[in-house]
Design a protein around this ligand. Structure first.
Ligand code: ASP
Length: 716
């Protein structure tokens, strides 16, 4: 076996020299036709991936909140990550029915449990609407007015499209800032249920220690099911809804893959910033990310301490802690990468070259000579305002009841306006979801945590120099005198508020601003006092972003002239394809990592302590060598996780990993520590993503979970 691996490593080396190199690229639908897929290694045509009006692989790939998923049966069964369903599992769990800890298996449709707040989208069609969007702009407008005009035009297009296509969901996505806008129409499903979730000891094996690391041994998968009304239309969760019949579901290939096999991913990567300037990266590296890492660590430690109270408190906090820990480590990875690669300086050097290119031509100089300076000036302003803006935004993002206060106050005001004039979350098409999400957050509220985090933020604000104190905070909490607000003042406000009561909140969502004021709720009153501050910031940000839209459009224009080529838009939560190979890498000097792990590694890592506490039945099956039909003959074991050189980012979680014929052989869930930098730059040498091998998933469902009915449903 060692020899086989040795030969494979040699092959990697040779293939690198023969042109089988991976390439950067999260290709949008518009690019697929232009690619020579056969040459890349596909045994498919572009129309097999997406074809409007025809059935194609894209009909099987869904956007699932901030993640991706894929249909793997004719009855709407969806495969996605464990960490993507985590929030729903947490909400369905309590001390008695602890699905998070013990896992969950629905033996029949009746036993499936609502995945609260989950929705599914499948892309039906897309269209370039740049001209229409940009027609909203006039030279006489300020940048803020321009930003608002674009937002309003997008809402108009969405509204019109949804009226023309009842039951569908429309979205306008900005592909290039200030330049290119696409209208996507999605099939939209609102009833999603939990079907199978492995125990957390498997689904999150390795926890935060192994997160963003390779070698990996995590069974990060779960199964959900999409439901619609009996007539096939999208409907809210209801007893008599029926499983959705997808136009296409993926063929699951239990034979898996080998090292160096060609693979590709379809999914919904969230955001990348590869076309942003050095000044933006500098802001990220030296200001925003360090501040956030610090604050996230604080929040995590507070919530971890609270979680020791009892299991119910721990369950309330678990999804938040997990999310924060994920971002915190991701940012640390990015910071390491930014320093190691000296990316800011590299970008600056490229910008200098572009500057020379511009200066050499009078016409270019006239058109683009000022662009970079103007962009840099804006990031400078952003830097200066950052701390104040972040503290204020965390107040309503991280203090649960202040967040609810903000939602009800905003709702009262926005609901008075015409639909198209409202903030998007309060438009008719989104209002119910906004309300439900606020009510769900009340369910996770824990008073001691809210109070401690509030005091921490106030003390952060307090540490700022006197002339930089935040006015509204100062008024509420008397920051100028540098005395922290008395415990009593905060305790009284929290014991006086009714925002922890779901019925009260539900009612508060449907009243007028005057009635809101009459409630005289202490936390609502705090928010009302803070509101002018938020409005000021919103206006400034619209102005900055409006200016950046116009500047980036110009900057990209001249960059294309300089590079003499078009480039692919940054990831923006829309459907993308990326391809590559199952391939190892060298993260450090003298270290080479193979690209497939096995169950042997799970057992080796097991300590019996969280997060390395493998369930005993898995260990027993390993020692009995009870691998069934899912064993890899080459590895003589169950393959567990896969490493590949594809171009992915957050949002690609839950994306199907497919072989050249489009059959499912893995499930993407992460990247290596080095590849967290993908969001800013991709590299053939360090960009590696991580998936669960389909054989491990099937083995767990069949041998560990005993859910043969699901294996049958997948028609394996
Ligand atoms: N773990 C990530 C996610 O949650 C995937 C990634 O960032 O590569 O989307």
């Amino acid at each position: 076996m060692k020899w086989i691996r040795f030969i494979l490593i040699a092959l990697v080396f040779i293939s690198g020299r023969t042109g089988l190199l991976a390439e950067e690229g999260m290709y949008p639908l518009t690019e697929l036709d232009k690619l020579d897929l056969r040459k890349m290694g596909f045994e498919l045509e572009a129309a097999d991936i997406f074809s409007e009006g025809q059935t194609s692989l894209s009909d099987a790939v869904v956007k699932l909140g901030g993640c991706t998923g894929a249909f793997i049966s004719a009855e709407g069964l969806i495969l996605t990550n464990h960490h993507c369903s985590y929030g729903a599992v947490q909400k369905a769990s309590n001390e008695e029915n602890d699905y998070l800890k013990n896992g969950f298996i629905a033996q029949s449709a009746e036993e499936e449990v609502e995945a609260k707040g989950f929705t599914v989208r499948i892309v039906d069609s897309y269209k370039d609407v740049s001209q229409e969007v940009l027609s909203a702009l006039h030279d006489t407008m300020s940048f803020q007015q321009k930003k608002q005009a674009i937002q309003k035009k997008e809402k108009e297009i969405i509204k019109r499209t949804e009226e023309e296509n009842p039951g569908k969901r429309a979205e306008v996505s900005e592909m290039f800032r200030g330049e290119k806008y696409m209208l996507f129409i999605y099939t939209y499903i609102k009833d999603v249920r939990l079907v199978y979730v492995p125990p957390v000891a498997l689904g999150e094996f390795g926890g935060d220690v192994d997160n963003w690391e390779w070698p990996r041994h995590t069974a990060d998968f779960s199964l959900l099911r999409a439901y619609v009304a009996p007539d096939g239309s999208p409907a809210d969760y209801a007893q008599d809804n029926v499983p959705f019949t997808p136009k296409k579901f993926l063929k699951v290939n239990p034979d898996g893959v080998e090292e160096e096999d060609f693979v590709f991913i379809l999914g919904y990567p969230g955001r990348t910033y590869r076309h942003y300037t050095a000044s933006y990266l500098d802001y990220e590296q030296n200001y925003r990310m360090p501040f956030i890492v610090d604050w996230d660590q604080k929040q995590i430690s507070v919530m971890q301490e609270m979680s020791q109270m009892n299991r119910d408190v721990a369950l309330k906090h678990s999804a938040r802690i997990k999310g924060l820990a994920n971002t915190e480590k991701n940012y640390r990875g990015k910071l390491t990468g930014l320093h190691r690669l000296n990316l800011v300086e590299k970008k600056r050097a490229q910008e200098k070259e572009i500057g020379k290119f511009i200066d050499n031509d009078d016409q270019l100089q006239k058109q683009y000579g000022q662009v970079l300076d103007d962009i840099n000036k804006i990031y400078n302003e952003i830097k200066c305002a950052m701390e104040q803006e972040l503290i204020l935004s965390y107040l309503t993002r991280n203090i649960v009841l202040l967040n609810v206060a903000k939602s009800v106050v905003t709702s009262a005001e926005e609901r008075q306006k015409e639909d198209l004039e409202r903030q998007s979350a309060y438009m008719d098409r989104n209002f119910e979801q906004t309300k439900k999400s606020a009510l769900r957050s009340v369910g996770d509220y824990y008073e001691p945590t809210d109070k401690i985090l509030l005091k921490e933020l106030i003390s952060k604000a307090n540490q700022r120099p006197a002339d930089l104190k935040i006015e509204a905070l100062d008024k509420i909490f008397r920051l100028k005198t540098n005395e922290s607000p008395s415990e009593k003042y905060i305790d009284e406000a929290f014991s006086g508020t009714q925002l922890a009561d779901k019925d009260f909140v539900e009612k508060a969502f449907n009243i007028t601003p005057e009635e809101i004021a009459e409630l005289n709720d202490p936390l609502i009153n705090w928010y009302i006092k803070l509101k002018p501050e938020y409005e000021k910031i919103k206006k400034i940000n619209e102005e900055r972003n409006g200016a950046l839209d116009a500047l980036y459009a110009k900057w990209n224009e001249v960059k294309k002239l300089y590079l003499k080529k078009d480039f692919i838009p940054d990831a923006n939560g829309t459907f993308r394809m990326t391809y590559g190979h199952i391939r190892g890498y060298s993260p450090r000097d003298a270290v080479y990592c193979l690209p497939i792990t096995t169950l042997q590694g799970v057992v080796e890592k097991t300590t019996g302590q969280e997060p390395f506490n493998t369930p005993q039945n898995v260990i027993d099956l390993f020692y009995k060598k009870d691998f069934g039909r899912f064993k890899s003959a080459n590895l003589d074991c169950i393959p567990v996780c896969l490493l590949y050189d594809m171009d992915t980012t957050g949002g690609n979680s839950g994306s199907p990993v497919l072989n050249a014929r489009g059959e499912l052989i893995g499930l993407n869930f992460d990247r290596t520590f080095e590849a967290t930098i993908n969001d800013y730059a991709w590299s053939e040498t360090y960009s590696r993503s991580i998936g669960v091998d389909i054989r491990y998933i099937l083995w767990i469902i069949e041998k560990v979970g005993g859910a043969d009915h699901l294996i049958k449903e997948m028609e394996i």
